[in-house]
Design a protein around this ligand. Structure first.
Ligand SMILES: N[C@@H](CCC(=O)N[C@@H](CS)C(=O)NCC(=O)O)C(=O)O
Length: 214
């Protein structure tokens, strides 16, 4: 096997953050677009927990957590220092990711699908606001979360904030101008266009899609 294989789902924020990092690495891999309600058997054989993203490396290693995939790519090559050099910034990055994937993701899911939960949409939105306030204050004086340049923290959090913003874009843009600008800057970028390319679902024995620059 010469290319790595990525099991992915276009709109999944975890798969998006993995693709951001893999696009930065720039090595063509086989991208297998998955239908979550009909997961292909080879994915489940590799990773029985059945979540995406999953990356199978040419040496056979399997990475089945988005953060592991991002950290693996940065260990391979990181010319723009997405992984910060200072230990304090490294700790802050991992802390931001943990809080994003924990409490923020919890409230995001309820805000997005409030009709499936007992409280109102505004109630769930208010639960997420202290976190968004914190991110907004981090972005007031700099273009990216950790300063002047894009880093792992941006790659890991942007797909989740995008989902939140898209529930009610006018409300979000009105309340969080710095976050809205951060999101826009990313969503008009070339890397965003590449990571959001649409692919037909993969089936065992189906066509091979090389991505990026396939
Ligand atoms: N902790 C995992 C979470 C991945 C995850 O939950 N992905 C969702 C899609 S966004 C998934 O595959 N869910 C399984 C399903 O819907 O069947 C990671 O960081 O990779």
């Amino acid at each position: 096997m010469s290319h790595a294989i990525l099991y992915s789902f276009r709109r999944c924020p975890y798969a998006m953050r993995a693709r951001i990092a893999l696009d930065y690495l720039g090595r063509p891999l086989q991208l297998r677009e998955v239908v979550l309600r009909d997961k292909p058997a080879p994915l489940l054989a590799l990773s029985p927990k059945g979540t995406v993203p999953v990356l199978q490396l040419p040496d056979g290693r399997v990475l089945e957590e988005s953060l592991d995939i991002m950290l693996w790519t940065l260990g391979e090559s990181d010319p723009q220092y997405w992984w910060p050099r200072r230990a304090a910034a490294q700790r802050l990055t991992l802390d931001l990711i943990q809080r994003n994937d924990g409490a923020f993701k919890h409230w995001l899911d309820r805000y997005k699908y409030a009709d499936r939960h007992p409280r109102s949409q505004q109630w769930y939105r208010a639960k997420a606001e202290p976190w968004l306030d914190r991110l907004e204050s981090m972005l007031i004086h700099s273009g990216w979360l950790l300063g002047a340049t894009f880093s792992l923290a941006d790659a890991a959090l942007l797909p989740f904030v995008r989902q939140f913003a898209m529930v009610d874009r006018p409300w979000f843009d009105g309340h969080y101008p710095a976050l809205a600008q951060w999101l826009n800057r990313w969503m008009v970028s070339e890397p965003y266009g590449r990571i959001m390319t649409r692919f037909a679902p993969w089936q065992p024995g189906g066509a091979v899609t090389l991505w990026p620059n396939g």
